[in-house]
Design a protein around this ligand. Structure first.
Ligand SMILES: NC(=O)c1ccc[n+]([C@@H]2O[C@H](COP(=O)([O-])OP(=O)(O)OC[C@H]3O[C@@H](n4cnc5c(N)ncnc54)[C@H](OP(=O)(O)O)[C@@H]3O)[C@@H](O)[C@H]2O)c1
Length: 280
C-alpha cells in the first residue's frame, strides 16, 4: 500500500476504508473484511455512532494496534477547548484505543452558528495540539475547511493541519481548494469518492473503465490517488470492499485524467461549511 508523507513527518495509507452510515453489525463485519483485504486505514467519526463497533471490528480482526491507522472526528456542535478534550476522551473510550492516528475537526464553526467562529475553531485546535503533544493523537487535521477557515486557523495555530478531508469525486472535486491545500503542504483526503453512488452510469467513466477492464468505482479511486489524494471508499459488501482496493495494477493516462477532471458537476452533496445547517 502506497503511503503519503504528512507535514508532521507521519505517513498515511493512500487508500482507507469509510464507515459512514454503517450500522453496528455492518461496521464490525466490514472492518474485519476490510482489514482482511489489505486496508489499514479506518475512517469514522463521533457523529457516525459506530466508534464502538469499529473498535470491536479492529480487535476481532486480530491485527496489532500499530498495523491499523484510525481516524475519527470531532463533531461540529462540540467545538471549543474543554468540549474538544471531553469529546476526544469519549471517542477514545468508545474505540477502546489508547491513541488515535488522525483526529479531525469534522466541520468548521461558521458565522451562523457561533458568535465567534474563528475562536471556536482555534480553541478546539489548541486542545488538539495539546493532545498531540501528550501522544494521544499522532496527527491532527481538519475536514470541510475552506481557504478562509484555514487562513483564520493559521493565525493562532502552532501546528499546521496535516490533512483536509473534503468532498472530492468526479463531477465535484474543488480544484481551487485542492491547489491551495497542496501549496500549504496540507494533504487532501477525499470523502464520497463515488458521490454516494451518483457517479455510476456516467458514460465517460464507463468508457474508461471498459478500456482498462476495470469497474467505474476503480476508475474513480485511481483518478483520486493519481491526484495524490487519500481516499476512503465505504462499502458493506465483501466483494466491493475487495474491488475498491484493487487499483494498483493499472494507470490512467494524462488524457484520461483530464477527461475526468473536466466532467460537469455531478453528485455534489449540497453540503457547504458556510451554509450548515442549511444546504445548497
Ligand atoms: N468528513 C466528512 O464530512 C465526510 C462526509 C461524508 C463521508 N465521509 C467519509 O468518507 C467515506 C466515504 O464516503 P461515503 O460513504 O459518503 O460515500 P461513497 O464511498 O462515495 O459511497 C458509498 C456507497 O457506494 C457503494 N459502493 C461502494 N463500493 C462500490 C462498488 N465498488 N460498486 C458499486 N457501489 C459501491 C456503497 O454501497 P455498499 O455498502 O452496498 O457497497 C455505498 O452505498 C464515508 O464512509 C466516511 O467515512 C466523510
Amino acid at each position: 500500500m502506497k503511503k503519503i508523507i504528512l507535514n508532521d513527518g507521519k505517513t498515511i495509507p493512500i487508500v482507507g476504508f469509510g464507515t459512514y452510515k454503517s450500522t453496528e453489525q455492518e461496521a464490525i463485519e466490514s472492518v474485519i473484511s476490510a482489514i482482511k483485504h489489505g486496508y489499514s486505514l479506518i475512517d469514522t467519526a463521533a457523529i457516525y455512532g459506530n466508534e464502538e463497533a469499529i473498535g470491536k471490528g479492529i480487535k476481532a480482526s486480530g491485527v496489532s494496534r500499530e498495523e491499523v491507522y484510525v481516524t475519527t472526528k470531532l463533531w461540529r456542535e462540540c467545538l471549543g477547548y474543554e468540549s474538544t478534550k471531553q469529546e476526544f476522551k469519549k471517542s477514545l473510550k468508545r474505540l477502546n484505543l489508547d491513541y488515535i492516528d488522525l483526529y479531525l475537526i469534522h466541520w468548521p464553526a461558521n458565522a451562523k452558528n457561533y458568535d465567534n467562529w474563528q475562536k471556536a475553531n482555534a480553541d478546539s485546535w489548541r486542545a488538539m495540539e495539546e493532545l498531540q503533544a501528550e501522544g494521544k493523537i499522532k496527527s491532527i487535521g481538519v475536514s470541510n475547511f475552506f481557504e478562509e477557515h484555514l487562513e483564520a486557523l493559521f493565525k493562532t495555530a502552532k501546528v499546521k493541519p496535516s490533512i483536509n478531508q473534503i468532498e472530492f469525486h468526479p463531477g465535484y472535486w474543488q480544484e481551487k481548494l485542492v491547489n491551495y491545500c497542496k501549496k500549504q503542504n496540507i494533504v487532501v483526503e477525499s470523502w464520497s469518492p463515488f458521490a454516494r453512488g451518483k457517479v455510476f452510469g456516467n458514460e465517460v467513466l464507463e468508457a474508461i473503465a471498459n478500456k482498462h477492464g476495470k469497474s467505474v468505482s476503480q476508475i474513480c479511486l485511481r483518478w483520486i490517488i493519481q491526484h495524490n489524494v487519500v481516499v476512503i471508499p465505504k462499502s458493506t459488501s465483501p466483494n466491493r470492499i475487495a474491488e475498491n482496493i484493487q487499483i494498483f495494477d493499472f494507470e490512467l493516462s494524462t488524457f484520461e485524467m483530464e477527461q475526468i477532471n473536466k466532467l460537469p458537476e455531478m453528485g455534489f452533496s449540497g453540503e457547504l461549511p458556510n451554509l450548515w445547517p442549511d444546504r445548497v
